[in-house]
Design a protein around this ligand. Structure first.
Ligand SMILES: Cc1ncc(COP(=O)(O)O)c(C=O)c1O
Length: 493
């Protein structure tokens, strides 16, 4: 029998056995701040619109941060004082035509109708807020109902987050919970939002900003950047890209893929209109393998491309999940939507969605969206877009044919993109690269000629408010040509 070990002797200690404390001590800073207007700069009591450019500029410099761009760029942004129709004015009195509806979202332009104003004011009078998990309000029932009415049959359940990113976040969670599967397939050339899952669903460079959450699989778009799918005809190319997608599903394991989540027409990536038959093929693959189809309509929903929904360009295709935002309220209030199939709705009658937010189903945001949709329908905005579309496309074509710096154009409704090309046939600029001298010269000229809009080289997006008329389209393209003349020269043509 081995001896039972005796207790281990402690060596002689100096003082206590424990080590001397090392916790740092706080270097105190005052955390006091004013709690009444008394401690606040008295200029805050002046009416809105009365601060000078210098006052605004000083606070912008000190206190304002940008998001996707380095913040110091804020100091060069115009200070917008007011807007009317498709126009905006800055604090120096300069007038701009809003050539991309800001972030492809101010679809109704910059004049808010009396109907929408009174709908918002009325909701503020009734009750500005009730929490969506605690109480219902009439506007929520009405908005859900009207959205379900403008969607194809079978898409019945609606929820209202505050941004497109959140709508996609909710949809991703719902797809996973409904199917019990985890993988989501998205395209490389895509953008789905800035929150964690939505950003990982994104294919463009913005995805690189985060630590990737698991479960997102990237597929090539049917229109990749540097190559084309093999085949003599568009039909054959479509078939090739679908076969590649099917193979990817098989190797990811159909039993693991919850959802294929795509933009109906990728917008930020450059209005990538899809080859004939492609989306029908994706729907058929989803049905074959028990995968949900989620179409992201955040940018193209509510009439941008001449149909209420982008997916209505694809005969016979009904998604299981639709997300949208932007045009839902014409961006008067921050609101987005997720709509799901009746089967999914039934599942979530018994199960929590797994997503939530204090501001989801915000009554004031919903009141603006509800009034906006009714106004869109009453004024037949979609009919107007269809009428303007051929005029818009003729101008897009003219840009591509008359400027050597433009390789090609794509257009759908009032949504268009021009691809910039260098004299040697390459792209002058990749998406994530800082601006080159040529693209910076173009951006400066674009503002100088009186246009304001997004610019994500090597693509030039054109997406004016949907209420634009023929004369304003002509005016916008005249200015666009002037800016493109500068680009032609800057690129060395
Ligand atoms: C297709 C698409 N999905 C999602 C988003 C994200 O929407 P939000 O910026 O409202 O979060 C965008 C924004 O541009 C988008 O274009």
């Amino acid at each position: 029998m081995s001896a039972v070990p005796t207790s281990v002797g402690r060596a002689a200690t100096r003082g206590s056995y424990a080590w001397k404390k090392t916790l740092p001590t706080l270097k105190p800073r005052s955390n006091a701040a004013p709690t009444t207007m008394q401690g606040i700069d008295p200029s805050h009591n002046q009416p809105m619109g009365s601060w000078s450019n210098e006052q605004i500029g000083a606070s912008v410099k000190e206190n304002v941060m940008l998001t996707w761009a380095p913040s110091k760029m804020k100091n060069n942004l115009p200070i917008i004082t007011h807007g009317e129709g498709v126009y905006l004015w800055d604090s120096n009195g300069k007038k701009y035509l809003d050539w991309t509806s800001q972030a492809v979202c101010t679809n109704g332009g910059h004049t808010v109708s009396e109907n929408i104003k009174s709908a918002v004011a009325e909701q503020l009078d009734r009750t500005p807020f009730v929490y969506g998990g605690m109480a219902m309000c009439e506007v929520r029932a009405r908005l859900s109902n009207i959205i379900s009415s403008v969607l194809p049959e079978g898409l019945t359940g609606c929820a209202f987050p505050s941004s497109g990113s959140e709508a996609n976040e909710a949809a991703i969670t719902m797809a996973r919970r409904y199917t019990g599967k985890t993988k989501i397939i998205n395209w490389y050339r895509s953008y789905h939002g800035g929150t964690t899952n939505s950003l990982e669903a994104t294919g463009d460079f913005r995805r690189w900003y985060i630590q990737p959450p698991p479960g997102f699989v990237k597929a090539h778009n049917p229109n990749p950047y540097f190559f084309e799918f093999a085949g003599a005809t568009e039909e054959e190319k479509t078939e090739m890209s679908l076969l590649m997608l099917e193979e990817q599903i098989l190797y990811e394991g159909a039993d693991h893929v919850a959802c294929i989540m795509l933009e109906s027409i990728p917008g930020a990536a450059g209005v990538l209109t899809l080859p004939e038959g492609y989306m029908q093929g994706v729907r058929a693959l989803c049905d074959k393998y028990g995968i949900l189809l989620h179409l992201d309509e955040v940018m193209v929903g509510f009439g941008r491309t001449g149909n209420m929904w982008g997916f209505q360009h694809y005969d016979g295709v009904v998604p299981d999940i639709v997300t949208s935002a932007k045009g839902l309220s014409s961006s008067i209030t921050p609101i987005s939507m997720v709509a799901v199939s009746d089967k999914m709705m039934e599942f979530f009658e018994e199960n929590p969605m797994g997503w939530g937010s204090t501001f989801q189903a915000h009554p004031v945001a919903m009141a603006a969206a509800y009034a906006n949709i009714k106004e869109m329908l009453s004024n037949d905005v979609i009919g107007h877009v269809q009428e303007m579309a051929p005029i818009f496309e003729a101008h897009m074509k003219e840009c591509a044919s008359s400027h050597p710096s433009i390789k090609q154009y794509r257009a759908a409704g009032l949504f268009g993109a021009l691809d910039i090309v260098s004299p040697d046939g390459t792209q002058p600029h990749h998406f994530n690269a800082p601006r080159t001298e040529a693209t910076a010269a173009y951006a400066k000229a674009f503002n100088e000629v009186g246009l304001i809009g997004l610019f994500r080289p090597p693509v030039i997006h054109i997406a004016p408010p949907l209420i634009i008329n023929e004369a304003e389209i002509k005016e916008g393209f005249e200015k666009q040509h002037q800016a493109l003349d500068v680009l032609d020269k800057a690129l060395g043509y």
